[in-house]
Design a protein around this ligand. Structure first.
Ligand code: HEC
Length: 269
């Protein structure tokens, strides 16, 4: 940092007096000033308003530190007075005793150790999973695209399958998805994420049948990472219902709500 080379007018020397007539070194004042600001921003500020985010706090502290350094380096006197203790500590002088020598060695050992540790920490591979944003309809695994409803073409027995699907729904799904398929089942209040509302145009009407089948099959557990952190309570029906039962339940969902599954043909339009 450059300091003022201009000859300053000789100041009338007023002995700087602190509390109890002890002269407080400039460096201590500077540290106290920076520390005081930090304590005020960190703990005093939240008394009046909401606490500052750490990034803002860091920004303020950088500004305060820079201003303090500018302040102490305006006059050469102050500048030298400010850095003298540091310089003496590093260089040592006649007044050196073994305690100061030891602390000097300690500091010189600790700085490289600290920097080495910091560097190690930053280059060390991180095993934490990255934070995945929650999506409502996560992309299914490639295997899900291959699901085909075995009853899709069987118009003759459609009513029977739907009747069976209805039974399956009201025996298994109704507690969460509700008796009107609106997601307002008995358990719904207690759940976060809420059960899907099939009556709404944003759920099964936007999905392909194979996707819905996959969702019923693997439930909340089968969801890929991007669907966390709120793992849903949707049970993993492959452990409870047979494949046929799951297909029938899916058919019932579409029949009851009147939605048509999304198809590739519709996608192409
Ligand atoms: C314990 C409560 C619970 C039960 C019982 C339950 N579900 Fe769910 N289900 C949920 C929750 C919660 C969600 C929403 C979060 C999610 O997508 O995983 C959901 C989501 C779904 C979805 C995804 C909808 C979409 O838009 O992606 C389908 C399909 C579904 N359920 C079908 C069923 C079927 C069929 C049954 C019965 C065989 C059933 N659920 C039983 C809790 C339940």
């Amino acid at each position: 940092m450059k300091f003022c080379k201009k000859k300053v007018m000789p100041k009338t020397v007023i002995p700087k007096q602190g509390v109890f007539n002890v002269k407080i070194p400039l460096i201590a004042k500077a540290v106290a000033c920076v520390l005081g600001f930090f304590l005020f921003l960190r703990f005093g500020f939240p008394l009046f308003t909401s606490p500052l985010p750490y990034s803002v706090l860091a920004m303020y502290m950088i500004l305060v530190t820079i201003s303090t350094l500018i302040y102490v380096s305006i006059f050469e006197d102050d500048y030298q007075q400010f850095f003298l203790p540091i310089v003496t500590f590093i260089r040592g002088d006649e007044a050196d005793n073994s305690f100061r020598k030891m602390s000097r060695i300690a500091v010189f050992v600790m700085i490289p150790l600290f920097m080495g540790f910091r560097t190690y920490k930053t280059v060390q591979p991180n095993f934490e999973p990255p934070f995945p944003p929650r999506v409502i309809h996560p992309a299914p695994p490639a295997s899900a695209a291959g699901f085909v409803n075995p009853y899709g073409d069987d118009e003759e027995n459609r009513e029977t399958y739907l009747q069976e699907g209805r039974d399956i729904y009201y025996r298994n799904c109704v507690f969460c998805h509700g008796d009107k398929l609106d997601g307002k089942g008995l358990f719904a209040e207690a759940l976060n994420v809420k059960p899907a509302n099939f009556a709404d145009s944003t759920t099964i009407s936007m999905l392909q049948e194979s996707f819905v089948f996959w969702r019923v099959t693997t439930g909340g557990i089968g969801l890929p990472d991007e669907a966390t952190p709120w793992d849903s309570a949707m049970p993993r029906w492959e452990l409870i219902l047979s494949e046929e039962e799951r297909w029938k339940a899916v058919m019932f969902l579409y029949d009851y709500t009147g939605w048509k599954p999304r198809t590739w043909e519709l996608d192409a339009e």
